[in-house]
Ligand binder design. Structure first.
Ligand code: PLP
Length: 263
């Protein structure tokens, strides 16, 4: 019998194409040597070209999945992704209020294809209920704009964005600058708790097959936290993981292929 690995729970939506969402989360967790568990919030009919349809689960189903896991197995870290509606955001925030485990909140708003994964009416609940429950919040620049109204154009803007996100209550903000205008040669992220500032820089690969990057990064951070790493170390390791997965991303279907977890 092997010893039990660290336990990580993802609370997120399903991507039928296997590139993002729950599927990316569980692949990342397997690759990083933790036991992945899942609370499904929504099901999407999705492929490399976009999201054809999305159906959210009843709040009761989300609650029951979460309880089933924590009542018996336990969790060392939680990651949240697509939460679809205000009702589900509030349900998940309420469940997370009862955990001591670190929580990584990926405030998923819109897919790379522009398909909405969160109702506009849920933004208030994300700001007021979900972000305060986060150990680390990981918005990309579009999500920063959605949540704070700030349009980030440079690294100074990333600092202002981090301050605004921290104002909603997460312990750390990881602002993902991958979508910075100007096509810089580097993908730059900023991690800060308002005191420490860590700039993470990685080469930008000329690879358009990046479906699932956000889910992968947040799951990798949660995996590191479940192993007991401090937040900055967990984020540095996660950034290295996602950079490798992007470099190895492959074509699938007619559209945007997924990052690769077998690199
Ligand atoms: N589908 C689901 C279920 C997701 O959770 C996400 C992102 O979090 C996406 C799609 C979007 O993935 P991407 O923007 O990387 O294409």
């Amino acid at each position: 019998m092997s010893p039990a690995p660290p336990l990580v729970l993802t609370v997120a939506g399903s991507d039928s194409g296997g590139g993002a969402g729950i599927q990316a989360d569980l692949k990342t967790m397997l690759a990083l040597g933790v036991h992945g568990m899942s609370v499904l919030t929504a099901v999407t009919a999705q492929n490399s070209r976009g999201v054809r349809g999305a159906w959210e689960l009843p709040e009761e189903a989300v609650r029951a999945q979460y309880r089933a896991v924590v009542d018996d197995i336990g969790v060392h870290a939680v990651k949240t992704g697509m939460l679809a509606s205000a009702a589900l955001v509030e349900t998940v925030a309420e469940l997370l209020a009862g955990t001591d485990a670190p929580v990584v909140v990926d405030p998923v708003g819109v897919s790379k294809h522009g398909d909405p994964l969160l109702a506009a009416s849920a933004l208030d609940s994300v700001r007021a209920k979900l972000l305060p429950a986060a150990t680390v919040a990981t918005p990309n620049l579009d999500e920063v704009t959605q949540l704070t109204g700030i349009e980030v154009e440079d690294e100074d803007g990333m600092r202002r964005a981090a301050d605004a996100i921290l104002g909603y209550g997460p312990r750390w903000a990881l602002i993902k600058g991958g979508h910075l205008p100007g096509g810089a040669a580097e993908a730059v992220d900023l991690l800060t708790d308002g005191t420490e500032e860590h700039w993470l820089r990685a080469p930008r690969y000329d690879n358009r097959h990046t479906h699932g990057t956000g889910c992968t990064l947040a799951s990798a951070v949660a995996s590191g936290l479940a192993k007991g790493l401090p937040v900055p170390e967990a984020v540095h390791e996660a950034k290295a993981y996602v950079t490798g997965a992007i470099a190895a991303g492959f074509a699938l279907g007619e559209g945007i292929g997924p990052v690769d977890h077998g690199w």
